[in-house]
Design a protein. Structure first.
Length: 350
C-alpha cells in the first residue's frame, strides 16, 4: 500500500472511530449503569489518536515537511491534540461526560477535514516560499496545540454549566485544590444557612461529626472533619446530588488547569509567530486578521486566568467566560480563514 492510499484509509478510519466513540459516550451518559462503555470510549479515543498520528507521520514522510501547512493537515493536527488532551482530562475526572463533549468536537473536526473539504485541498503540495522555514513546525504546531488545549478546557467549563443546571454553586476553595478537597459555603437566597439534618445528607458520612447534631432533629450545626463536597443552590430547584456536586467541582478544577496549560502555549505561539513574521516580512506585527484574533483570544483567556487567580472567581462566572473563549478560538482558527483573506489565509476556500 502506498502512502497516499494509507493516508486516505487512516483519515476515514479515524472519523469512523471518533463517531463510534461519540455515540458510546453519549449512550454512557444516558445509561450510566452500563459500566463497560467508558472503557470502550477511552479505547476509541486512543485508537483515533494513534490513527491520526500515523496519518500525519505518513504525510510527513510523503511530503518531506511537517504536515501542518494547509487546512486539511491543521484540522487533523487539531483533532490529534483534542484526543490527546481528552485522554489526560478523562484520566483526572473519571467521568464519561468529558468524552461526550470532547469526542463530539474531535469527530466534528475530522468530519470537516474528511467529508467537507474538496479533494484538491486534501492533497499535499510544495510549500510556498514563506512557509519554507524551520519556524513552521515550532510556531504552527504550538499554536494548534494551544487551540486544542483551550478548546478542551472550555468544553469542560461548558460541561460544568450543564452539570450544575443553572444553579448558583459557589466554590469557596482554592482552584488547584487543598489536600484533595475544596471548601464550600452553604447558601440559600444569597445568605449563609445553618444545615439541618436533611441538609447534612448532602455530605459524605465520613465527613460528619454526628455528635454535633441536635437530638430533636431540628436545626443543627454540622461540624466537618473535612470540607463539605457541595453547597445548597441559591434557587428553588432541588439540591444537586453529592455525585453531581463532586463532578461539578472536578470539572471546574480540571477546566482551570487545562486552560492554564493552554494559555502559555498560546503566548509562546504568538511570540514565535512574531519572530517568524519579522524574518519573513520584515515586521513583527502587521495587524493581519489572524494576528488580531490571536491577540483577542489571548486577552480573553488572560482575563479568565486573572479573574480566577486575583479575583477568586470560580464556578459559573469563569465557566461563562471560558465558553465565550471557545467561540473566540474558533473565530481565530477557522473564521478568519473562511471569511476573509490575509497573510495567514492558506486555508481560505470561499
Amino acid at each position: 500500500m502506498d502512502l497516499v492510499s494509507l493516508q486516505s484509509g487512516l483519515d476515514n478510519i479515524a472519523f469512523l472511530v471518533l463517531f463510534s466513540s461519540m455515540l458510546i459516550y453519549w449512550v454512557g451518559v444516558a445509561f450510566p449503569q452500563l459500566a463497560l462503555l467508558p472503557s470502550l470510549g477511552t479505547a476509541g479515543m486512543a485508537i483515533a489518536n494513534l490513527c491520526i498520528a500515523t496519518l500525519l507521520g505518513a504525510r510527513w514522510i510523503d511530503a518531506g515537511y511537517f504536515p501542518i501547512s494547509n487546512l486539511y493537515e491543521s484540522l487533523f493536527f487539531l483533532t490529534w491534540g483534542i484526543t490527546a488532551i481528552h485522554l489526560i482530562a478523562e484520566s483526572q475526572s473519571r467521568s464519561r461526560l468529558v468524552g461526550a463533549f470532547t469526542a463530539t468536537l474531535a469527530m466534528g473536526t475530522s468530519a470537516f477535514a474528511t467529508i467537507t473539504l474538496p479533494p484538491d485541498m486534501q492533497l499535499a503540495e510544495p510549500l510556498v516560499p514563506a512557509l519554507q522555514s524551520n519556524w513552521l513546525m515550532m510556531h504552527v504546531s504550538i499554536m494548534m496545540l494551544s487551540y486544542s488545549t483551550l478548546m478542551v478546557g472550555s468544553l469542560l467549563a461548558i460541561a460544568f454549566l450543564v452539570v450544575t443546571r443553572g444553579q448558583a454553586i459557589e466554590l469557596r476553595g482554592s482552584s488547584v485544590g487543598t489536600g484533595g478537597f475544596r471548601a464550600y459555603t452553604l447558601k440559600r437566597g444569597g445568605e449563609t444557612v445553618t444545615p439541618t439534618i436533611e441538609m447534612a445528607s448532602m455530605f459524605t458520612a465520613s465527613s460528619l461529626n454526628t455528635s454535633s447534631l441536635n437530638t430533636d432533629g431540628s436545626a443543627a450545626t454540622v461540624t466537618l472533619d473535612r470540607p463539605p463536597i457541595g453547597n445548597l443552590p441559591q434557587t428553588d430547584a432541588p439540591p444537586l446530588s453529592p455525585q453531581r456536586l463532586n463532578l461539578a467541582d472536578t470539572l471546574d478544577n480540571i477546566s482551570y488547569r487545562i486552560i492554564g496549560l493552554g494559555f502559555p502555549l498560546l503566548t509562546i505561539g504568538i511570540i514565535s509567530g512574531a519572530v517568524w513574521a519579522n524574518e519573513a516580512w520584515g515586521t513583527y506585527w502587521s495587524w493581519d486578521p489572524k494576528e488580531t484574533w490571536a491577540f483577542i483570544t489571548w486577552l480573553v483567556f488572560a482575563a479568565y486566568l486573572h479573574a480566577r487567580i486575583t479575583r477568586g472567581w470560580q464556578g459559573r462566572r469563569p465557566a461563562i467566560l471560558a465558553t465565550v473563549g471557545l467561540g473566540v478560538v474558533w473565530v481565530c482558527y477557522l473564521g478568519v480563514n473562511l471569511l476573509g483573506k490575509g497573510l495567514h489565509s492558506y486555508g481560505w476556500f470561499l
